[in-house]
Design a protein around this ligand. Structure first.
Ligand SMILES: [Zn+2]
Length: 422
């Protein structure tokens, strides 16, 4: 329906509504002009002549019942894992494969993820170098249809503490600086720290002491900065969250049990929050299968309710909230997991527009990606979604049939296609 753009064939669309990824209101009866590489014009006024093909008098398509929004960014994924798999034995067996096999499975997911509307993924770490290989593949000139991927490579943790399936211990490196240097030399786009343990579902709390001290985190962050890299930190439990805030990381990942005063500090210091509801919600959704009794389910629901309340406060306070699914975690399928995460953020009480901005412009502005995407404005890549099901009524409408425009080419994305293996 929508012709493909090339470098000398620009496409001009008029749409009923346009969300630019950052604004506080939709544009109505808006226009977009783009070529294969980038958006040349976006706005409510008719496009200036200079942005159009010579002699073009009218839009290529008039899509008055469509809403246009930026392609989605998933800011927390683990592409080396198969997220949709709930069987814990199968998950363990899966990880016995060679890195090449894990990479092969991850590659097979990429086009499906794109067709679901996710145009970029910030991988959050794996020690099998799957994320690094995909990040490298993306930057090669002849890559297949795939979302942008960047990766920290192996996360950094402490020997004997949580995270050994995706991280390598600090003690292997000699010093925090060498630890960071090794990852940068391996091709890391950013540095991932596992600063705490995870939630003890039976106790309904983070029961282990934080993994990393404030001075350790400061050293790692300083080393990352010396290489021009951002840091993302796995942190749950308010004592560990305090450590990563004081350590000066760029983003707090998960952040379960965060306190209001910590949200204020994050706002003031421009530390982003990626709340990742999905992995915990999946435990509730599949409680029977996971073997959780009523007591545990009550704990999980309480944790999620508190997290939801914090999300609403964070947004109202002006904290930079960025959507990330933690896809690859048990039950969190790639691509689909982000769509579910958005639904959970909406259920928590954010407006659909705020949720969409968290999955588009917020990450685009804060996470120092190597390319411009996630916003609808000139100079940004021509990667966006078109849907007749208004996402401003509910973000769940983004899961319905839509068109994904990726580098100027339009991919139809039916409501139903094979999502096995995600
Ligand atoms: Zn994660």
């Amino acid at each position: 329906m929508i012709p493909a753009a090339s470098l000398d064939r620009r496409i001009w669309l008029r749409v009923g509504a346009m969300l630019d990824g950052a604004g506080t209101r939709p544009l109505h009866n808006a226009h977009i002009v783009y070529d294969r590489e980038q958006i040349l014009y976006a706005g409510e006024d008719a496009p200036p002549r200079a942005s159009l093909n010579p002699d073009q008098q009218a839009p290529d398509c008039d899509l008055e019942d469509y809403t246009l929004l930026p392609g989605l960014i998933d800011a927390h994924t683990h592409l080396f894992l198969e997220g949709g798999e709930l069987d814990l034995d199968k998950r363990a067996t899966y990880l016995e494969q060679t890195p090449e096999e894990l990479l092969g499975h991850a590659r097979a997911r990429l086009e499906k993820i794109l067709r679901l509307g996710v145009i970029a993924m910030r991988d959050a770490g794996d020690k099998h170098r799957v994320g690094l290989a995909l990040s490298k593949q993306y930057t090669s000139s002849n890559h297949p249809l795939m979302p942008y991927v960047d990766s920290p490579g192996a996360a950094i943790h402490h020997h004997g503490r949580y995270g050994s399936f995706m991280a390598e211990p600090m003690r292997d490196c000699g010093s925090p600086h060498r630890c960071v240097e090794g990852r940068v030399n391996a091709g890391a786009d950013r540095i991932k720290l596992i600063a705490t343990g995870i939630i003890n579902f039976k106790k309904g709390a983070v029961t282990a002491a934080p993994q990393m001290s404030v001075p350790e985190i400061r050293d790692l962050v300083a080393a990352a900065k010396s290489f021009g890299k951002q840091t993302l930190a796995h942190a749950s439990g308010d004592d560990g969250i305090e450590h990563v805030i004081e350590g000066g990381v760029d983003s707090v990942e998960h952040g379960f049990f965060i306190r209001d005063d910590q949200l204020e500090k994050m706002r003031d210091r421009q530390i982003a929050w990626v709340p990742t509801f999905s992995p915990v919600q999946e435990q509730v959704d599949h409680a029977g299968r996971m073997g959780w009794d009523e007591h545990v389910v009550t704990n999980l629901k309480k944790i999620l309710d508190r997290h939801a309340a914090s999300l609403v406060k964070a947004h109202a306070m002006g904290v930079q909230v960025i959507a990330g699914s933690d896809s690859g975690s048990c039950g969190v399928a790639h691509g689909l997991g982000l769509l579910y995460e958005l639904e959970l953020m909406e259920r928590a009480g954010l407006s659909p527009l705020a949720v969409i901005n968290s999955a588009t412009g917020a990450g685009s502005r804060r996470l120092a990606f190597k390319e411009n995407f996630g916003q609808i404005k000139p100079g940004y890549r021509s990667r966006f979604l078109l849907t007749r099901h208004s996402p401003l009524e509910s973000v769940t409408n983004i899961s319905k049939d839509k068109i994904v425009v990726f580098d100027g080419g339009a991919l139809e994305s039916g409501g139903h296609f094979n999502t096995d293996g995600l």
